[in-house]
Design a protein around this ligand. Structure first.
Ligand SMILES: C[S@@+](CC[C@H](N)C(=O)[O-])C[C@H]1O[C@@H](n2cnc3c(N)ncnc32)[C@H](O)[C@@H]1O
Length: 254
């Protein structure tokens, strides 16, 4: 049994330090809204399409970090609440909201994903990027389900941890914009199933097999030919899906 309080201390310290380094260099974001960001982001496969029109929706972003996505969600017309366990990240996110002129539409909270300070069934949409694999699924999956309204949707983009080569690279090889390792554990299928088990509808899409070099080699932009090759391979040889770098999770509550 992992000690949750100790894990939270490690994560808070790590992300506070990272946020402190970036807090003074935040500027105006170029993307006009969440949908246009998701269209070119390397790790948001299918999410904007699944969530649809966000105007007027109550949206919760989990593990918002420095607020990049939260600001874009507000620009898309959502009423956004975003939280993170790192107080300095939340401070940076609120600065970013002010710089981008969306502070009115954005409620920022310091909280842990395992203990959400929100009422039952408060949100139409819950989403997160790179956050579930930091959380204790045995507690946090129930919290996610609890705060989502009936008929609500949740979507996440998460790293997967079943490719031994990728595991080695993550653990030992430096690459551009690599996040420092804390208590996080890229997801395996057992954890992925645990995140989705409560929902009436749940599906996943694995991606980035060959195209994982988009990030690894520092391109950080879509490489269309490699993406096409991935689509072909992953359709033809489903066994390869477990070796992908990323997975999108799509949930719907009855
Ligand atoms: C990989 S970063 C992703 C940040 C942001 N979503 C992004 O894509 O830029 C993971 C984030 O999860 C937050 N985090 C880690 N453990 C958490 C927990 N138990 N509850 C809430 N947030 C947590 C970290 O502080 C960090 O900001």
């Amino acid at each position: 049994m992992r000690d949750l309080r100790q894990i939270h201390r490690v994560e808070r310290a790590k992300w506070d330090e990272q946020a402190q380094r970036e807090i003074n260099s935040l500027g105006v974001l170029h993307d006009p809204d969440f949908q246009s960001y998701a269209a070119h982001a390397t790790t948001m496969r299918g999410i904007a399409e699944f969530l649809g029109d966000l105007r007027g929706k109550r949206v919760l972003e989990m593990g918002c970090g420095l607020g990049h996505i939260a600001v874009l969600l507000a620009r898309s017309g959502a009423k956004v609440t975003a939280f993170d366990i790192s107080p300095i990240s939340v401070l940076a996110a609120s600065r970013r909201a002010c710089i981008n002129g969306v502070e009115e539409g954005l409620d920022l909270v310091v909280a842990a994903g395992e203990e959400l300070p929100f009422a039952d069934e408060s949100f139409d949409v819950v989403l997160g990027k790179g956050v579930l694999h930091h959380l204790d699924v045995s507690v946090a999956a129930g919290e996610l389900y609890r705060v989502l309204k009936p008929g609500g949707k949740a979507a996440f983009a998460e790293p997967m941890g079943m490719n031994p080569l990728l595991k080695f690279v993550r653990n030992y090889i430096p690459y551009p914009e690599k996040n420092p390792r804390g208590a996080d554990r890229p997801l395996n299928y057992r954890e992925i199933r645990a995140w989705g088990s409560r929902f009436a509808r749940f599906r996943i899409e694995e991606y980035q097999l060959l195209s994982m070099v988009e990030r690894g080699l520092g391109f950080n932009r879509p490489l269309p030919l490699l993406r096409k090759a991935d689509d072909f391979l992953l359709r033809r040889v489903p066994l390869l899906r477990r070796y992908c770098r990323y997975v999108s999770l799509f949930m719907e509550k009855a």
